[in-house]
Design a binder for this molecule. Structure first.
Ligand code: NDP
Length: 290
């Protein structure tokens, strides 16, 4: 199968590598040097121009937001061919993806939104969970490709459903990281050793990915590596909050989480990792994680 992969960032780079094991993959990246490196390292072809990617049978986008995807769609629309499948793997906005799907459908191109979860390690090890929105037929086609990137591929509904559930699960994670940080730091202020506080949390009903993995890893090593940009996480939670608003839903926890994450992003720099919100929680309490 001829596949074009657009966006060789932290996630896209390893994803395109796995696809190249079984397919004829052409890569395109805004910073061309990265695409050339991919070609050298993984035997992928490098598109001379973005428009050249339109010759593929499957086009995959893995970009920061739906805005960048829309710009790419604008450029490729005059060149796409009927019968192509477009897999939109960005964590995007379901409202935008539905419009994108309509624009592509008018050209005979099928569309699925297929955001992923599992972090960079999941992309590296091809163990991602991928939630896919689209017709059953498009889902089946996408599944044949994405099985090289993920272990769990779930058809979640029509176009837009993948993007919707992705931002909702990331919002759950965001709220969990925040409340876990608050309570662990309060435990510390109450004189309880942090390791003990974590041990009790993880042996009881307060445990979560935040308490079992995300925070302990950083506390153990004293390192706060960049694995998922806070700017991306903030974007996801803002999309979730806007969907809630659109539905006229009552989601005060989600609204608060969105406000807290946006505030944290203003306090930290653009390159901050999402778990660094825990540092802001510490700062709000005049304490630290040391
Ligand atoms: P990165 O920031 O690492 O990479 C972004 C990619 O988009 C790069 O290839 C970049 O090109 C390209 N890009 C940025 N702006 C433009 C533009 N205007 N036009 C064309 N290309 C552009 O992001 P990630 O790989 O971390 O994330 C990608 C998506 O996956 C996001 O939606 C994110 O929310 C989601 N995601 C990320 C996870 C993670 O752990 N990192 C986990 C799950 C989902 P260039 O090289 O030139 O900068």
């Amino acid at each position: 199968m001829k596949i074009a992969f657009i966006g060789l960032g932290a996630m896209g780079y390893p994803m395109a590598r796995h696809l190249a094991k079984e397919h004829d993959v052409t890569v395109w990246n805004r910073t061309r040097e990265k695409a050339e490196r991919h070609g050298r390292e993984h035997g992928t072809m490098v598109a001379a121009e973005l428009a050249d990617t339109a010759a593929a049978e499957v086009i995959i986008t893995m970009l920061p937001t739906s805005k960048e995807v829309d710009e790419v769609v604008d450029q490729l629309l005059p060149h796409v061919r009927p019968g192509t499948l477009w897999i939109e793997a960005t964590s995007g906005d379901p409202n935008v993806s539905r419009e994108t799907a309509k624009r592509l459908e008018a050209k005979g191109v099928a569309f699925v939104d297929a955001p992923v979860t599992g972090a960079i390690v999941g992309a590296e090890n091809a163990t991602l969970t991928i939630m896919i929105g689209g017709t059953p037929e498009a889902f089946e086609r996408a599944k044949q490709i994405l099985r090289l990137n993920g272990k769990t591929l779930i058809h979640v509904g029509p176009v837009g459903a993948g993007h919707a559930i992705k931002v909702l699960t990331n919002s759950i994670m965001g709220a969990t990281v925040w409340i876990t940080s608050e309570c662990l730091l309060l435990a510390k202020q109450l004189g309880i050793d942090m390791k003990t506080a974590l041990e009790v949390t993880n042996a009881g009903s307060g445990r979560s990915n935040a308490s079992e993995n995300l925070l302990p890893m950083r506390l153990r090593d004293g390192k706060w590596p960049l694995v998922f940009k806070l700017a991306h996480h903030d974007k996801d939670i803002r999309i979730a909050a806007s969907l809630s608003h659109q539905q006229h839903a009552s989601t005060p926890m989600l609204a608060l989480t969105q406000q807290l994450f946006s505030a944290a992003l203003h306090q930290l720099d653009e390159g901050a990792d999402y778990i660094e919100v825990a540092k802001i929680v510490a700062r709000m309490n005049g304490t630290s994680w040391d």
